[in-house]
Design a protein around this ligand. Structure first.
Ligand code: PBG
Length: 325
C-alpha cells in the first residue's frame, strides 16, 4: 500500500462530524402541510387510507394550523370539500365557499405568520369529479375551464389567500389565472403552479380524503404520462413563461429526475409534492414492521430536497418538524 488512498470515511467518524459535512438539511419552514376542510360536518373525520389526516371542520382546521405553527410549520395548502357539487363546480368560486370561509378564518387567526395556499381546481367541486368543465363526449372544454379557474383564483385572493396553486394541468391555466389576478387588483398574489403533475396511481388516498375520484374515465388527457421526462420539463418551462412564481413537481419520490431537471433549467423556486400514496405506503409498511417510520420519513424528505426541491408539500410535515426538534 505504498500509494495514497482517498479516505472519505474520515468524515464519517462521529455524528457531529457527519452533521458538519451534510450537504442537505430538512428545515421545517420549507415544509407545507396539506389540510382538508369539509363543509357541514361537526366533528373532524379521519381518512382511513391516510392515517393521521382528517377532513376538518372550520374549528379543527384552525386548531391544526395552530399546532403546525407551534411545530415550526408556517405554510399550509387547503383543499375544500363542498356540501353541494354540480357540473361547473360553482362552490369553488363562491364567496362563502368552504375554502374561502376557511381562508378568512385562518388569516384572521394567524395573519402573516401563516402562509395560506389554496389549491385551485375543480375536481372536488364538480359532480363528475373532473378537474375541468366536461363536454358531452367526455372531453375537456378548455375555454370554459380556464374561465372558471380565473373566477376561482380571484375569489381565493379576495378571501385572503397568500398564494394560489392551480393543480388541473390544463394548457394555459397559469396565463389565464395571472391575467385574472392582475386585472382584479391581485397582482401581488403569486402562483404556485402544479406544472409537472403526472397521471399517477399514487393519488388514491387523496381522492378518498377530498372525495374527488372521477365518476368516469381518468385524468390521462390532461395529466402527464409517467414515461415522459422531457415533456415534464417542457410543461415546467411553459408555466414559467406564463408567469408562474413557483414550479411544482408531483409526485415527488418516484420523480426525482424531474425535480432535478426542473431545478437545473430554471431560477424559480421548485416545490415537490410528496403525495398521499407515497405517505400511505410508508406509514402502512412501517406498521407492518418493515422499517422505522421516523427514519424512513426523514430519509424520504431529505432525498427530495437533495434532488433539488426548495420546499416539499407533505402529509408528514408536522411529524417531521417534531422529529427534528
Ligand atoms: C387535484 C389534486 C389531486 C391531488 C392534489 N390536487 C388529485 C388528482 O389529481 O387526482 C393529489 C394529491 C395527493 O395524492 O396527495 N385537485
Amino acid at each position: 500500500m505504498g500509494y495514497p488512498i482517498e479516505r472519505p470515511m474520515r468524515l464519517r467518524r462521529s455524528e457531529a462530524l457527519r452533521n458538519l459535512v451534510r450537504e442537505h438539511r430538512i428545515a421545517p419552514e420549507a415544509l407545507i402541510a396539506p389540510f382538508f376542510v369539509k363543509e357541514n360536518i361537526t366533528e373532524p373525520e379521519p381518512v382511513a387510507s391516510l392515517p393521521g389526516v382528517y377532513q376538518h371542520t372550520l374549528s379543527s382546521l384552525e386548531d391544526a394550523a395552530k399546532a403546525a405553527l407551534g411545530a415550526g410549520i408556517a405554510s399550509v395548502i387547503i383543499f375544500g370539500i363542498p356540501a353541494a357539487k354540480d357540473s361547473v363546480g360553482s362552490q369553488a368560486s363562491s364567496r362563502y365557499g368552504i375554502v374561502q370561509t376557511a381562508v378568512r378564518r385562518l388569516k384572521d387567526a394567524f395573519g402573516d405568520d401563516l402562509v395560506v395556499i389554496c389549491d385551485l381546481c375543480l375536481d372536488e367541486y364538480t359532480d363528475h369529479g373532473h378537474c375541468g368543465i366536461v363536454n358531452e363526449d367526455g372531453s375537456i372544454d378548455s375555454v370554459a375551464t380556464l374561465e372558471r379557474y380565473a373566477e376561482i383564483a380571484v375569489s381565493q385572493a379576495a378571501a385572503g389567500a397568500d398564494l394560489v396553486a392551480p393543480s388541473g394541468m390544463m394548457d394555459g391555466q397559469v396565463a389565464a389565472i395571472r391575467r385574472a389576478l392582475d386585472s382584479s387588483g391581485y397582482s401581488h398574489i403569486p402562483i404556485m403552479a402544479y406544472s409537472s403533475k403526472f397521471a399517477s396511481s399514487l393519488y388514491g388516498p387523496f381522492r378518498e380524503a377530498a372525495e374527488c375520484a372521477p365518476r368516469f374515465g381518468d385524468r390521462k388527457s390532461y395529466q402527464l404520462d409517467p414515461a415522459n421526462r422531457r415533456e415534464a420539463l417542457r410543461e415546467a418551462l411553459l408555466d414559467a413563461e406564463e408567469g408562474a412564481d413557483i414550479l411544482m413537481v408531483k409526485p415527488a419520490g418516484y420523480y426525482l429526475d424531474i425535480i432535478s431537471d426542473v431545478k437545473a433549467a430554471t431560477d424559480l423556486p421548485v416545490a415537490a409534492y410528496q403525495v398521499s400514496g407515497e405517505y400511505a405506503s410508508l406509514v402502512f409498511a412501517a406498521r407492518q414492521g418493515c422499517f422505522d417510520l421516523d427514519a424512513v420519513m426523514l430519509e424520504s424528505l431529505l432525498c427530495i430536497f437533495r434532488a433539488g426541491a426548495d420546499m416539499i408539500l407533505t402529509y408528514f410535515a408536522l411529524e417531521a418538524a417534531r422529529a427534528l426538534q
